[in-house]
Design a protein around this ligand. Structure first.
Ligand SMILES: C[S@@+](CC[C@H](N)C(=O)[O-])C[C@H]1O[C@@H](n2cnc3c(N)ncnc32)[C@H](O)[C@@H]1O
Length: 275
């Protein structure tokens, strides 16, 4: 078996709220890695990371690349991943830190890990507490009750997606809903109206939807504003808003399958044991 090359990548998540949501394992990598490369927007979290890291590289300025003609968010993500890789190639143990979960609606960590492994380096991702974890706890919705669909708002708008309005729907990044340039960091009432029109194929316009923002420090309380779907175009959407759409209808029993299951012979006890 070939030995991994010197240089290693560990991608960690800091949770949504730094105090208390960072796992002990992630913290230990942040403290012991040769360098921490991070895209953490919260300035208190960033300062804390800078203080405990041996060396710190901030990736946030790379978002300004979107202002350059011909470049968009994907160029920014590729450049972030390339910076992480450069550090790994120099033989360092690199801890790449992202807020929330490093791999949930966060393509940079996935790109960097794939590239590092392709070049023969050890690379892994540690899970973190994501916005979705926080909303389950704050709003008090169990995804197991109805099932859950979770997707990016613009992706939902751009592609043919089949929604199930008997399940919970989580739409990420509604603040840039409908931005086809992948350069902007805002949306408009007109684009949100297009989103509402598409959702209205499956949901009534008076269906309650929740604008959710997890607390990002221990002194904040989460935002959980319930509005009617039709009012979304005039709602205040921030970079940290997630749109939560509870099920609109009760689950409908699939009687044909239930009948099929009932018609199956009961498993014999001795056969069940060896299965
Ligand atoms: C690029 S994704 C990052 C998600 C992050 N990796 C995670 O694990 O939650 C950005 C989107 O995550 C959601 N988000 C980020 N911060 C949030 C917060 N404090 N509360 C609720 N949703 C948040 C919003 O939908 C936002 O547009």
């Amino acid at each position: 078996m070939t030995q991994p090359r010197p240089g290693k990548l560990i991608c960690v998540g800091t949770g949504m709220r730094m105090a208390g949501q960072l796992t002990p394992l992630a913290r230990s990598y942040i403290e012991t890695a040769d360098v921490v490369v991070a895209a953490v927007p919260n300035r208190f979290a960033r300062k804390w990371l800078q203080d405990i890291a041996k060396e710190y590289i901030c990736l946030l300025d790379y978002y300004a690349d979107c202002d350059i003609e011909g470049k968009n968010r994907h160029d920014t993500y590729r450049r972030m991943s390339a910076t992480i890789l450069e550090e790994v190639r120099s033989g360092k143990t690199v801890c790449a830190a992202f807020y929330g979960h490093p791999g949930i609606f966060a393509c940079i960590a996935h790109m960097a890990i794939k590239a590092a492994r392709a070049e023969g380096y050890d690379a892994e991702m540690l899970p973190g507490i994501s916005a979705e974890d926080c909303l389950v706890a704050d709003i008090g919705i169990d995804p197991g009750a109805t099932g859950m669909q979770s997707m990016e708002a613009t992706q939902f708008m751009m592609f043919e997606r089949k929604l199930d309005p008997t399940a919970l729907l989580v739409l990420w990044q509604p603040y840039i809903a409908g931005d086809l340039t992948r350069k902007r960091f805002d949306t408009t009432a007109a684009r949100l109206q297009v989103l509402v029109d598409k959702l209205a194929r499956d949901y009534p316009l008076d269906h309650p939807v929740i604008l959710y923002e997890a607390a990002t420090n221990p002194l904040e309380t989460p935002r959980m504003d319930t509005i009617a779907l039709r009012d979304l175009p005039n709602a205040v959407l921030n970079g940290i808003t997630t749109l939560v759409i509870p099920a609109a209808y009760n689950l409908k029993r699939d009687q044909a399958v239930v009948d099929q299951l009932n018609a199956l012979p009961e498993a014999l006890p001795e056969l069940a044991q060896t299965a």
